[in-house]
Design a protein around this ligand. Structure first.
Ligand code: CP3
Length: 342
């Protein structure tokens, strides 16, 4: 029997939506913290296929999610392109910055990425042999705009200011970076599929800061190019796009990009999504991750509300963004039990 996630992605409306959770392998789980400590640091964990396989499997064992997502990070691709990358504990990622043509010229070419990324493909191969038969394996990459925001600023920023500034002041460098990331992402995701990924997801966490024509050029168009190239090579592999906080930009996103599923953050209402987005194809989301911290009746009623609002079309249940380290694993169990109660 076809796996539930693949049925939803093919457009089927299931009586109970399948479920997985963004950042399901993470610091809210004691077993994750133990394996991460064994690895030493976060990047060593990402590049260790045995330990990365182990942390990917942990939430599957504990909760029985319908999908596993490869354990890696969207910033491994810039590292594979030659950017320096390190993580400051308690603060987040740091990268060498790209402020103009010189920074761009120092990067490697698309053909060079696999040398660094080979351990990631090995993790995918391990997982495709280790997962339960009913569990779907999702590979992923960052969208070019979101990855570029980190490469340009050298870190996360509240408003993606440095990336917007480079776009305004040196559009040629900015567009060359988006182009390099687009072609590299195609090769990276294609290699994950060759290694056994059954679905791929493109994370555009900062899509919401692109407006109007910029949204069309730097969120829609790269997602369309990546999806088209992957469909050309791997016609049966579904693509999930996540243009976080796109607002009205969610409308038409399936059609404009060719994505099989659009993941929705929690700033838009599920009833609105059912009316304006779901008619175009499968949607994924959109419970606020704060409920994984607070739990209780509010969690139960929100899970029911979202499930019921999206019950007339294809839906994969998920959070609107990643689960946070202060979440309680018992609330994850309560979410799953509530979802599956009918
Ligand atoms: O979802 C999963 O379980 C798969 C693994 C995964 C990670 N990062 C592991 C991770 C995925 C899919 C990502 C994607 C990612 N990484 C995004 C896009 C999704 C989003 O959250 O918006 C972004 C923007 C990044 C970049 C990144 N990685 C940041 C900003 C940080 C620091 C913030 C934080 O949560 O610590 C990371 C670190 C990171 N990536 C952690 C994990 C489990 C925490 C690292 C640790 O163990 O200390």
């Amino acid at each position: 029997m076809t796996k539930t996630i693949l049925r939803s992605l093919a457009g089927e409306t299931l009586p109970t939506p399948p479920i997985w959770m963004m950042r399901q392998a993470g610091r809210y789980l004691p077993e994750y913290k133990a394996t991460r400590a064994e690895a030493g640091d976060f990047l060593s964990l990402c590049y260790n296929p045995d330990l990365a396989t182990e942390v990917t499997l942990q939430p599957i064992r504990r909760f029985g999610f319908d999908a596993a997502i490869l354990f890696a990070d969207i910033l491994l691709l810039p590292q594979a392109l030659g950017a320096d990358l390190w993580f400051v504990t308690g603060e987040g990622p740091r990268l060498s910055t790209i402020t103009g043509p010189d920074g761009l010229a120092k990067l490697k070419g698309v053909d060079d990425i696999h040398e660094t990324l080979n351990p990631i493909y090995q993790t995918v191969r391990n997982l495709s042999g280790a997962l339960p038969a009913e569990t779907t394996l999702i590979g992923f990459a960052g969208a070019p705009w979101t990855v570029a925001t980190y490469m340009i600023a050298g870190q996360g920023t509240p408003d993606q200011g440095p990336a917007h500034a480079l776009k305004a002041e040196d559009r040629a460098t900015f567009e060359a970076l988006i182009d390099l990331l687009t072609v590299s992402t195609i090769e990276y995701l294609s290699a994950q599929i060759d290694a056994g990924a059954e679905v791929v997801k493109i994370f555009d966490s900062w899509a919401g800061s692109l407006k109007g024509e910029d949204f069309a050029k730097y969120a829609l168009e790269p997602a369309r190019r990546i999806t088209a190239a992957l469909k050309d090579r791997h016609p049966d592999i579904p693509v999930i796009a996540f243009p976080r906080e796109a607002g009205d930009g969610y409308i038409g996103f399936h059609a404009a990009t060719g994505a099989d599923c659009v993941a929705i953050d929690n700033s838009v209402d599920a009833a609105w999504v059912a009316e304006h987005v779901q008619p175009a194809g499968c949607v994924q989301g959109n419970l606020a991750s704060s409920h994984m911290v607070t739990g209780g009746d509010a969690l139960v009623s929100e899970v029911r509300r979202i499930r019921d609002a999206l019950s007339n079309g294809p839906h994969i249940f998920n959070l609107g963004h990643g689960i946070t380290p202060d979440a309680d694993p018992d609330n994850v169990t309560l979410m799953i039990e509530t979802l599956r109660e009918k």
